[in-house]
Design a protein around this ligand. Structure first.
Ligand code: ZN
Length: 572
């Protein structure tokens, strides 16, 4: 039994995520977690909401709520949706938790002790009316390039020109509208990533098994231009982790918080402590996952994320961990994803283009989305969601192949033998051939899952469903029954066992339908199969079963057209 620590990139708090976000980290992470657990590994699967920073403050202001209240509410919304998609986190934490505050302050203190923090004085815009420094995006004014009067201090939304706040004509505070602004000096902390560059470079060189997408992005940031740059880890904001050196105050940093990018990945560790605190366990319970001096030396740590998150996870977070000088667990494998596009364009949160997690569950059960998204995961290149493809995949793979097999077998058995596994008859060469084929495919399926090749794994699973269908078609128990009832019974007994086997093997992809199949077969043994022949003898003759309701329904052309127009943009 192995011990596997799995983290999914943590979603930002300000709104409901779309399906492209879901398939870029949380969903494949869940697939892998379920597979590892099914095989008997000990798994710790962690995710959380990323709650600090300017966008959270802005979203809360827009909603007319205090930021802490806004984040608490949105956390519950995101948690509910992750449960709706059956994401099997051991803990879905919050980066605003007291545990993360303490750990972030601890790491900053360790980094400072080891000489990896530099204090830098900068010039920044201060608003007298608001009594605070304003981040670039909190300053609005007229764009010098196009004349748009709501340009932000970092960029003009209208002409996309990158701006400095001092470029704006008639600048004002986006919070109060005040024009009483001045440039003041302020002090910030920088993480000296440049001083850790060679150690990071050597560490990444050891990772010969990582996907090229992951290592190429890391190498680019390490070596392009002037190489890896130092990075500010503090902000002049109210909402966040107050800057402290461990437990102690940090002179000159009063009223400042850590930059969200610094505290967010530390939440992976903090969420594990949230998990153990919630269960009333002592610190050893979470430390055995994260501290190599406290039991984590045999843990395999796998991270899932979209490609935009790779620099943080290959460089910034490891710089924090290595720079601390403590024996924290570093990541062993990073699975990164390209982007999922939507119907000829991109998903857009601001324009409401595409399907969002809440809408998806409103129109179809989670398994339909899980199957399509995972079997089309953007692994080697960007991939695209189209309604035609979604309809075809659901109707064929789930309804025609898997659902139809379950329905035909159980209904035929009920009508001829009743609702128990029939006895009698012998299996022959056709069954031996099926077992040989499935055995080969099971090996391939497991190998792809172990390598986290999501699409290839889905193809093997689909092929195993199809093999059962073909077997049933060729064995034709409905014809055999007229000549030889016992021979038909043997075919159906094997087929009912196939339904149980599909219930076990499909669970990482489609957990709800799998549970239904296992329940209908009255299967007490849902253990991962050691070999196909044994697995297909698990349900004995005489075992009672029930005929499940239609496992999957088909998507009609009318529905497809309706959804296509409904999700084309302008979400309200
Ligand atoms: Zn402009």
């Amino acid at each position: 039994m192995a011990r596997i620590l799995i983290t999914s990139a943590i979603p930002y708090i300000n709104g409901i995520k779309h399906l492209g976000n879901l398939v870029g980290s949380q969903l494949p992470a869940d697939l892998y977690a379920r597979f590892c657990r099914a095989r008997g590994d000990e798994v710790m699967f962690i995710c959380a909401t990323d709650e600090h920073g300017t966008p959270a403050e802005l979203a809360a202001a827009k909603a007319g709520k205090p930021v802490a209240e806004y984040c608490a509410e949105m956390h519950e919304v995101q948690k509910g949706l992750s449960e709706g998609f059956r994401l099997s986190f051991d803990k879905f934490g919050r980066s605003s938790s007291p545990q993360n505050h303490a750990l972030t302050q601890y790491f900053a203190g360790r980094l400072a002790d080891n000489g990896y923090i530099e204090e830098v004085t900068e010039k920044q815009v201060y608003s007298n009316a608001d009594g605070r420094f304003l981040p670039d995006r909190y300053i609005e004014g007229t764009c010098p390039n196009c004349g748009y009067d709501k340009a932000r201090g970092d960029q003009c939304e209208n002409c996309t020109k990158q701006l400095d706040p001092t470029d704006l004509i008639d600048p004002r505070s986006a919070i109060s509208g005040s024009t009483d602004l001045e440039v003041r000096e302020t002090k910030h902390l920088y993480l000296r990533q440049s001083a850790l560059k060679d150690r990071l470079d050597a560490w990444i060189d050891e990772k010969t098994d990582w996907p090229v997408l992951t290592t190429s992005i890391a190498k680019k940031w390490l070596h392009d231009g002037d190489g890896l740059q130092d990075r500010g880890i503090t902000r002049d904001l109210d909402w966040g982790v107050p800057v402290k050196k461990g437990d102690a105050d940090w002179p000159g940093m009063e009223g400042k918080v850590f930059y969200v990018w610094f505290d967010a990945p530390i939440e992976y560790i903090a969420a594990t402590k949230e998990w153990s605190d919630e269960k009333g366990l002592d610190d050893g319970a979470w430390q055995r996952w994260w501290r190599t001096d406290k039991g984590a030396e045999d843990v395999r740590y796998v991270q899932f994320m979209g490609k935009d998150n790779v620099p943080f996870h290959t460089l910034s977070f490891p710089a924090t961990i290595i720079g601390s000088g403590d024996p924290w667990k570093l990541v062993d494998y990073i699975k990164s994803f390209n982007y999922l596009n939507y119907d000829g364009g991109q998903f857009s949160t601001s324009q409401g283009r595409g399907v969002f997690m809440d809408q998806a569950l409103d129109i179809l059960p989670a398994d339909y989305w899980r199957w399509w998204l995972l079997s089309h995961a953007p692994e080697n290149s960007d991939s695209e969601f189209t309604w035609e493809n979604f309809q075809a995949s659901v109707n064929k793979d789930l309804a025609d192949v898997l659902g139809n097999f379950v329905s035909r077998v159980t209904k035929f058995c009920r009508s001829k033998f009743g609702e128990t596994v029939p006895e009698g008859g012998e299996t022959g060469p056709r069954e031996a051939a099926l077992i040989a084929d499935l055995s080969k495919r099971l090996d391939a399926y497991q190998a792809h899952m172990e390598a986290i090749d999501v699409r290839k794994a889905s193809s093997e699973l689909r092929a195993m469903w199809a093999a059962g269908n073909e077997y049933l078609q060729e064995a034709a128990p409905w014809s055999v029954f007229k000549e030889d009832e016992a021979a038909a019974a043997a075919i159906i007994r094997l087929s009912l066992n196939l339904i149980r086997l599909y219930g076990v093997l499909s669970a990482p992809f489609i957990p709800d339908a799998s549970a239904e199949m296992l329940k209908a077969m009255g299967a007490e043994d849902a253990a991962w199969p050691k070999d196909i022949a044994g697995a297909l003898a698990a349900l004995p003759a005489g075992q009672a079963f029930t005929v499940p309701e239609n496992l999957f329904r088909k998507i009609s052309d009318d529905e497809r057209e309706d959804w296509q127009s409904r999700f084309s943009g302008v979400r309200t």
